[in-house]
Design a protein around this ligand. Sequence first.
Ligand SMILES: [Zn+2]
Length: 478
Amino acid sequence: MACISVKVARIENASGLSFEATFPNRNSHNNSDESWEVQLPVWRPGRYERGDFAQFILKMVGVDENGNDIKLEKCDLHRWRVPCHIFKICWVFQADILNAGSTYVSDDLQYVNPVNCFLYDPQNVDLGYEISLTDIPKNWDIATALPQKNRVLHARDMQHVMDSPWMASPNLYHERYEEGGVDFHVWAYGETPPQHIKFIEDHKAFSKAQIAYFGDFPTPYYHFLYLLPSAMEARHGVEHEDSTVIALGPSDKIQSQHGYDELIGIASHELYHSWNVKRIRPSEWTPYNFSESSPSKLGYIAEGVTTYMGDLFLYEAGCIDLKGWCSKMEALLFRHLNNPGRHNLSVAESSYDTWLDGYRPGVNGRKGSIYVEGAVLAFLVDARIMTLTSGKYSLSTAMKLLWERFGKPRIGLTADAYWDILAEVAGERLEDLRSNYADGTADTWNALVEAMKTQKLVLTKSTDDQGRITARIVEIGG
Ligand SMILES: [Zn+2]
């Protein structure tokens, strides 16, 4: 089948990557009298704000039949017009930022997130990609969820390529495990994962627990791509269709107990995203529209439920004990209780606005966080469902239904559909939770104390001399 062919290579001794692409429907022998357009994504899934990746493009030319370079003119900030006689498009991308969503090249690493640096043809998004890594030596491993053969990677269409990072290096840690019939790979660049035997055991445990709750896993394989730079500050993860990239650094952080806990916490969170957001996905992102900002009010499901569930599954899997879960919840509540912004914009409104200032402190007291306020709401929902059903059902039951009815058939999720399924599982509508804490800005404290009580936990708070509120959770009678 015809597909877009892309050759990727490093600019010699520099931190740039060069790309050379031919588009099968657009070569000089077809559509010969019409110009067309190529688009670079303006954002990347997992980061709900503009990335404006065209700022890293150093060069964009078309090559005609005689081999002459012709500079392509822009018709939009991230779109170029391609004259009819152009045979091939060549561009250079500055690749010197290393984080969980970037593209980076050095002497021993080629790390690419195609969503940063790959062009697509907006009129032909079903075309597959064939990606040749032309300068990767034979002794380098290529860590990716994309099928590969002889340094050529294959993606079935534009959505697939944009959601499939890779890292190639002669120095990759690699371990595999199998759980629920799924072939899991753990790759690491930089340092060996801390406590690496326990690290894999914990991965097995939370994978098993999550798969058990959902009933099955969306794909036959999954790749954890860890970036563990010894000398660089990093901390976050990005979910993809069949993989995740997780970054943590520098060395003293990676090797500390706190660093270990962070890595496992992010890993459980990212794996949960395989169902929630990669498949159970807000309608605004089904499919992803990479050419413009795509705000959604459902970040409290995408990130809030995932944050809460990622931690809960560490507990379910035995990776942490109840005390460990309580201290994770206390840390979340510290951020929740000390953010006056949650009384100004609801978490649904804050979700819509991540595209403005969602990943920065922004104006003090303006907004909430889809991660923090979203996770607090998920806990309230979970406790309510368990109480109403005498422990028979929980938020996990509802997420399994969402997986079956929206995730598997890839139907975009709406707020109404989410709250309908919660009501179906709970046996009654959770209208107060929705209007107070999803769409409204009511204070959560009393609801939290009550919800903790239903879980046999006591929640208290204290205020220090600087006015900061600290929550404390202990077992009843503990
Ligand atoms: Zn997330």
